[in-house]
Design a protein around this ligand. Structure first.
Ligand SMILES: O=C(O)[C@H](O)[C@@H](O)[C@H](O)[C@H](O)COP(=O)(O)O
Length: 287
């Protein structure tokens, strides 16, 4: 455990779940690594710095960068911190016209509802990037609203089409997806990630990149989510987990024999990197 906000001094360990097989992807996925920070603020600063660095490198290397955002308190705090870094003179930033933002999940609500993950991300970061730094509005790929789609399944199909429109060449395990450089995920106290909740049919979806949820146990009930195969296509899956209410779910997700149907977060992995960024409270039950 560390009191330093520096990524290099965070505890970093390979987890026992390294040999647990993910449920839905044929390709090899990165075993989870954990990094524990004394406080949420430190976690947030490190993830924000890393996010910017990944976008800079990906834009340089591939001519474009794709980040998948999450809702939730830690995920939105990361975006607010990115906004602070971007406003700070001397921070290296990507050419924003080459950066695309996507979402891992969304609540099917009206476009201006403050509960929408996209609305919160706009307030925290995206509005400033669009207004002051040249991020093209069309690079912000929001999931459909309740005005766009009559139900979550229709919304999910619409988003799959949007993803397909930016698909990388055949490299995402047969699914039409952009090359996600980094995908952020929060974790619920029940172990959910994105809008993939314990015991739900959405956990089993393997043929499509998106899915609709009609009866989420966390309000609101109607949601749209990426599926596990879509999550597994990401180069880097970064979990951002803060607070004692996540401790039990985090400990279970990082345990060898945990079942995806009970703790979906056990199946959140990327191709190159899976990192669980936890504050001390969220890490308090890790063995
Ligand atoms: O739309 C949502 O509800 C979120 O995307 C959800 O999956 C969230 O990330 C987790 O519930 C963690 O949220 P907190 O970080 O606020 O605990």
């Amino acid at each position: 455990m560390t009191d330093s906000p520096q990524a290099t001094s965070a505890e970093s360990t390979s987890s026992a779940s390294a040999s647990a097989e993910p449920a839905s992807s044929g390709s090899a996925l990165a075993a989870p690594r954990t990094e524990v920070f004394a406080e949420k603020d430190q976690l947030v600063s490190v993830v924000a710095e890393r996010l910017l660095a990944v976008l800079v490198d990906a834009a340089r290397e591939h001519g474009e960068a794709h980040a998948v955002l999450t809702g939730g308190s830690a995920g939105i705090a990361v975006l607010a911190q990115v906004a602070e870094l971007v406003a700070r003179p001397g921070t290296e930033t990507p050419p924003w016209r080459q950066v695309h933002f996507w979402w891992g999940d969304e609540r099917l609500l009206p476009s201006d509802d403050p509960e929408r993950n996209a609305q919160q991300a706009h307030d925290a970061l995206l509005d400033a990037l669009i207004a002051e730094h040249g991020l093209p509005e069309e690079n912000v790929h929001r999931m459909p609203t309740s005005e766009d789609a009559a139900d979550p399944e229709i919304g999910a199909e619409m988003y799959a089409t949007e993803l397909q429109g930016h698909a990388a060449d055949g490299s995402q395990g047969g699914l039409a997806l952009p090359r996600f450089d980094v995908l952020l995920l929060g974790v619920g106290p029940d172990g959910h990630v994105a809008s993939l909740f314990p015991g739900k049919a959405a956990l089993e979806v393997t043929e499509t990149t998106t899915t609709g949820e009609d009866s989420s146990p966390k309000p609101p009930p109607q949601r749209i989510s990426l599926t596990f195969p879509a999550i597994h296509s990401a180069q880097r899956v970064w979990m951002v987990v803060s607070g004692a209410d996540k401790a039990e779910a985090a400990a279970q997700a990082l345990t060898l024999d945990t079942v995806v149907a009970e703790i979906p977060a056990v199946n959140a992995r990327g191709t190159r990197e899976t990192i669980w960024h936890l504050d001390r409270a969220a890490a308090s039950q890790l063995s």
